[in-house]
Write a protein that binds this ligand. Structure first.
Ligand code: S3P
Length: 437
């Protein structure tokens, strides 16, 4: 288990100015590695997210016999061996670190392999529910043993062919959907997944780009097994979930104006922009274009007076990872912001509802924790405090943004967990800051 002990002090004050290219999209990088490994031939991933989580997926496929190397330009070159070309991992073990996406998506691939693999994770990942993928994979014929029936380590004994299923996922989750669709490739029939609300659709877009035919009807996606994937050149746009931190910082730090380049604004991911705009945020989408099959644009963000809003269950999957930073924004909004239908946040890298409440409360925020959400009263002046990230990258970055507008210094414990998704966060954050005149 890797637990960081590093602390960071955030000194408040200043505005944000200038432009930045936020880190490449984490979800797309994971999928690009997986689909490339299962294609026949050489794929290139241009501008991949070279951060801990995606390294775990790359390492998983290396141990299954796939070459994943960095070239001189920083692109990753993956030599795929087709759907049926993976080898048994040495020691039959894959370590997924902190990465839920690695564990859940790789499980779908391993379910269709004629060998056994043990998937392990760090302390956080070992306490996140895996029954949501184990259940459909068992229904498809894979043998899966899990601690207490639901937690890692997972022992997956694959079966080929798998049996197709029509799976109704009780939680809207792109990880579950992607896991079942990947396993569906190893069946001899049609496998479908249906969710109550549509989760991010990168897998669907990238399957289509690689030549896999899908049938998509509303929130149901179906795939026929045995289709082959074509090697690609994947181009990864910037991750809106990482862009969210400088974006909210610019909204709440006085006198700010920044440009965030190449941000993926896929409609299944852009809920934060919709909510912030409803709160009065001055965010403009410029130069809307398509990059790697995803809609992207540049975002111009200026300091804005915010008013409270209500965030309900239907939009949660479109801004799931952004709720900690949205909460920081809501502490500065006039009125009472209510976020509901977000119980999923309790099973992320940490219990985000509990920890965002406890730590921002130490900074003077007025937040009430609900079983499935938060009530935030604003605007509230924040004060510097000692807070803990609980080794959750998105919490560390949200607290850094809160610290920017606090009265006094904020000390963030376990701050180097930003390496999970935004390894350059601390440098970028300082680079965008200018002293107020
Ligand atoms: C992800 C899906 C989401 C998200 C996670 C990445 C993905 O999780 O929170 O950071 O790449 O599929 P769920 O599928 O659990 O909602």
């Amino acid at each position: 288990m890797t637990v960081s002990t590093s602390s960071r002090i955030v000194v408040p004050g200043g505005s944000l100015r200038g432009e930045t290219l936020p880190p490449p999209d984490k979800s797309i990088t994971h999928r690009a590695i997986i689909l490339s490994a299962l294609s026949t031939g050489t794929s290139r991933i241009i501008h991949p997210l070279a951060a801990d989580d995606c390294e775990r997926t790359a390492e998983a496929f290396r141990s299954l016999g796939i070459s994943v190397e960095r070239d001189r330009t920083g692109a990753w070159v993956v030599v795929g061996r087709g759907l049926y070309g993976l080898n048994e991992a040495p020691s039959q073990t894959i370590y997924c670190g902190n990465s839920g996406t690695t564990m859940r998506l790789v499980s779908g691939v391993l379910a269709g392999q004629p060998f056994e693999t043990k998937l392990m994770g760090d302390h956080s990942l070992s306490n996140r529910p895996m029954d949501r993928v184990a259940q459909p994979l068992r229904a498809m014929g894979a043998e899966i043993a899990a601690r207490d029936g639901k937690y890692a380590p997972l022992h997956i004994h694959g079966r080929r062919p798998l049996t197709p299923v029509d799976w109704k996922s009780p939680v809207p989750s792109a990880q579950v959907k992607s896991c079942v669709l990947l396993a569906g490739l190893y069946t001899e029939g049609i496998t479908s997944v249906e969710e109550t609300f549509k989760s991010r659709d990168h897998t669907e877009r990238m399957f289509s780009a690689a030549g896999i035919k899908l049938d998509i009807q509303g929130n149901r996606v179906a795939v026929r097994g045995g289709q082959t994937l074509t090697a690609q050149e994947w181009v990864v746009p910037s991750d809106i979930s990482s862009a969210a931190f400088p974006l909210v910082a610019a909204l709440i730090a006085p006198g700010s104006e920044i440009l965030l380049r190449n941000v993926d604004v896929n409609p299944t991911r852009d809920g934060l922009l919709e909510v912030l705009q409803a709160m009065g945020a001055n965010i403009k989408r410029e130069d809307i274009r398509v990059m790697g099959g995803e809609p992207v644009c540049d975002l111009v963000v200026k300091t804005s007076g915010l008013k409270a809003t209500r965030v309900d269950e239907e939009i949660i999957p479109r801004l799931l990872d952004e709720i900690p930073i949205l909460t920081v924004a809501a502490t500065q909004a006039e009125g009472v912001t209510e976020i509901r239908g977000a119980a999923e946040l309790r099973v992320k890298e940490s219990d985000r509802l509990a920890h965002v409440t406890s730590e921002l409360t130490k900074m003077g925020a007025r937040i009430q924790e609900l079983p499935d959400g938060l009530i935030i009263r604003g605007p509230t002046p924040l004060r510097g405090a000692e807070v803990d990230s609980f080794n959750d990258h998105r919490m560390a970055m949200a607290f850094a943004v809160a610290g920017l507008i606090a009265d006094g210094n904020t000390s963030i414990r376990n701050a180097d967990c930003v390496d999970i998704s935004f390894p350059t966060f601390w440098e970028e954050f300082e680079k965008l800051r200018v002293a107020t005149t």
